[in-house]
Write a protein that binds this ligand. Structure first.
Ligand code: AMP
Length: 282
């Protein structure tokens, strides 16, 4: 496993990869957990060469967000990656990715899909994600990119980015990796206190409640969402940011439940913001 920390060294490495070798790319912000490792294992199973990036991207954080506090532990991440069969770990510096003011200011503008749901409380977020991913896609030139459905809106935005910019990339979406009690693994879970961590599992219980509602043959999304909201508010201290049922491609709200749409959720426990989503089983 090579650790590459400059753009020029990554370019050089990439030039040495032959056209017969398929390249899979897994972008991450590090602080790796089993959810990331599941993506990386799927990437290794799919392709001859796997490149993983560890980069906490400043352009997707607002000034009042947790960029400085975001967990970073390179040695631990490298130790977790070592046995997996990854060819390259790319750990560029911020200066390498955004070398000057022009580069810092050159951003992708995402429009409506980046302005709804997470985009309301985090208006810079999807523009920042697309801006860094586009740079990485140009450098890595992957055949496949592996991303987690845990960040569902991000998956949709990146899918649309690839389509709109005619990028010849297969986007592989991997299902959400959950803890035993159902909480989606996230690097930010480590911010939770012991009691908040228990409450956080109620997101999953809330989705199970929606599944029971749907299994009972009621397809009224509004009624179902009300039951879900009431459940979470009664049993936890969550401040709900949003909870909705949406079209899986346009993210427009849907009135009728089905097994294609998605429930999208974001909420705060104390100062920690958690997101999750759910697709009903038919
Ligand atoms: P992050 O480091 O949070 O930017 O995440 C890097 C990639 O891992 C993204 O594609 C995430 O969607 C994915 N990911 C994060 N948590 C999970 C999880 N619990 N299950 C599956 N994928 C995940």
């Amino acid at each position: 496993m090579k650790v590459i920390d400059t753009v020029s060294a990554l370019r050089q490495y990439r030039h040495g990869v032959t056209v017969e070798q398929s390249v899979a790319f897994v972008p991450t912000m590090g602080a790796l957990h089993e959810g990331h490792l599941a993506l990386i294992k799927a990437a290794v199973a799919s392709s001859a060469v796997v490149i993983v990036s560890l980069f906490v991207n400043p352009s997707q954080f607002a000034p009042d967000e947790d960029y400085d506090a975001y967990p970073r532990d390179l040695d631990r991440d490298l130790a977790l990656l070592e046995p997996l069969g990854v060819a390259v770990v790319f750990v560029p510096s911020v200066k390498d990715i955004y070398p000057d003011e022009f580069s810092e200011q050159l951003r992708v503008s995402v429009g409506r899909l980046g302005a709804v749901f997470c985009g309301i409380s985090r208006p810079h977020f999807f523009s920042g994600v697309c801006s860094v991913l586009l740079r990485f896609f140009h450098l890595v030139q992957p055949n496949r990119v592996f991303m987690g459905e845990k960040d569902y809106q991000q998956c949709v935005v990146v899918k649309r980015l690839c389509e709109a910019l005619f990028l010849d990339i297969e986007l592989v979406l991997c299902s959400t990796f959950r803890a035993e009690d159902g909480l989606a693994l996230s690097s930010r879970n480590q911010y939770l206190s012991v009691s908040e961590r228990k409450e956080a599992a109620l997101i999953y219980r809330m989705f199970c409640l929606a599944q029971e509602f749907f299994d009972g043959s009621d397809t009224n999304a509004g009624r179902c969402l009300e039951i879900m909201r009431n459940y979470l508010m009664k049993h936890s201290s969550f401040r709900i940011d949003y909870l909705d049922f949406v079209d899986p491609y346009t993210l427009c709200p849907r009135m009728d439940l089905d097994d294609e749409g998605r429930f999208l959720f974001a909420g705060y426990l104390g100062t920690t913001r958690l997101i999750d989503n759910w697709r009903l089983r038919g």
